[in-house]
Write a protein that binds this ligand. Structure first.
Ligand SMILES: [Zn+2]
Length: 200
């Protein structure tokens, strides 16, 4: 993946993680003054001071020969309102991510190739193609259910499908803590701790 497309954790003004954005967008927010970058010592930097930071060998960086700028992995928004509301794209990829590649009928977790999408209330019965009516299903469960509702087929959903609160990318990324720098902010207890440190 190109460095500009890798992830940056976005914190709101009270250091709660709210979103993951791209390095490209993070730099744009920094440059506009809408966000500050935060380093390993939890110091805040505006674009100018950040771009003057020493770039060590182990740091991700962008730029050309003679002008390398460290890639921030965590940024803090100065004004929450500036953050565009992100809509979770209703896509196959995101449904699989929401359901964690798990058949919502038998609970089997499997490769994406072995899963397909199931309309809980079949389309033939007027079931919508929506977050609330489409789930991941393995092929055997899908065949067993056929054109019936779960009740008719005697099958139960693991949980009622809903629109994700966060983007699934955020969910899976936070679970894996892609970057070491994200860890202190990914639990609310830690975020509160770092928040207190920074604001006193
Ligand atoms: Zn199944």
């Amino acid at each position: 993946m190109e460095m500009l497309d890798t992830g940056v954790l976005v914190l709101n003004r009270v250091y709660q993680p709210i979103h993951i954005t791209s390095v490209r967008r993070a730099f744009s927010l920094l440059y506009q003054g809408a966000a500050r970058a935060i380093d390993e010592q939890f110091q805040l930097f505006d674009f100018q001071s950040w771009s003057e930071l020493w770039v060590a060998v182990h740091h991700d960086a962008i730029g050309t020969v003679g002008r390398r700028i460290r890639v921030p992995r965590v940024i803090v928004l100065m004004m929450y309102e500036r953050m565009p509301k992100t809509r979770v794209r209703f896509s196959r990829f995101n449904i699989y991510a929401r359901d964690d590649n798990t058949c919502q009928y038998c609970g089997g977790r499997m490769p994406r190739a072995d899963l397909n999408l199931d309309h809980v209330v079949p389309r033939s019965r007027g079931g919508a193609t929506s977050w609330e009516n489409v789930v991941c299903s393995c092929v055997p469960c899908n065949l067993r259910k056929g054109g019936r509702t779960p009740e008719e087929a005697g099958m139960r959903l693991l949980r009622a499908p809903t629109r994700p609160r966060w983007t699934p990318m955020f969910r899976s990324a936070t679970r894996r803590a892609l970057y070491r720098e994200w860890r202190p902010f990914l639990s609310l207890a830690d975020a509160a701790y770092w928040n207190a440190e920074l604001l006193t």
